[in-house]
Design a binder for this molecule. Sequence first.
Ligand code: PGA
Length: 250
Amino acid sequence: MPDRTPYIAANWKMHKTVAEAAEFVDALLPRIAATQADVVICPSFLALHEVVERRRGTAVRVAAQNMHAEQSGAFTGEVSAPMLVELDVEAVVLGHSERRQLFAETDEALALKVPAALAADLEPILCVGETEQARDGGETETVLERQLQADLANVEPGDLEKVVVAYEPIWAIGTGRTATPEQAQEACAFIRDVLRARGGAADAVRILYGGSVKPANAAELLALPDVDGALVGGASLDAGDFAAIVEAAG
Ligand code: PGA
């Protein structure tokens, strides 16, 4: 089985001005200088440039939180992959549950966005996850499989290993209620099985867990065999807490 480099991403959502982003990066860099993990920061569009410039010469990578599938056009308020690449942004979060639930992001749109990101050499961080109702109804695997099959429909099996998948149970996001290690492992292993069945090099794909990850629970989650990293929301806003999570990844 190939070694999978741990992957820790900070999803700032709609937090941090440019000045606050700069302050965070300056505080974070010395704290994570020794890490072997892939560290990715996902600021607002407006702070992307500042974070890209401040992390130059370091291993920290930068991701946007969304993009449009088209390269340009009459899409007021949207940003395209070439615009992100021009800034030296390297990755993009796609299909976060907040975008799906609050901004009506559809699987049909994601089926276009994921290959558009890959075509532009942006690493897609594709988020999937079930609602509490789906989990209680025993439908977790059905939901995950449906999202993965739809969102990856236009990705060639040979390109699957370039996608990072984040398992984010919606009931665990921002609630302080983390999935148990058993729940996280089971879902991430299931995701890997679905990728394998699609003919991809599933053992090479990084699968992250997201949902109330914090310094106190990171080590336990990151030690799970099919959890290769974390997508961190609330706890990524503090440089000390985020550095502690990166440290837990090795
Ligand atoms: P949280 O958010 O860590 O605040 O639960 C995770 C996410 O939404 O990516």
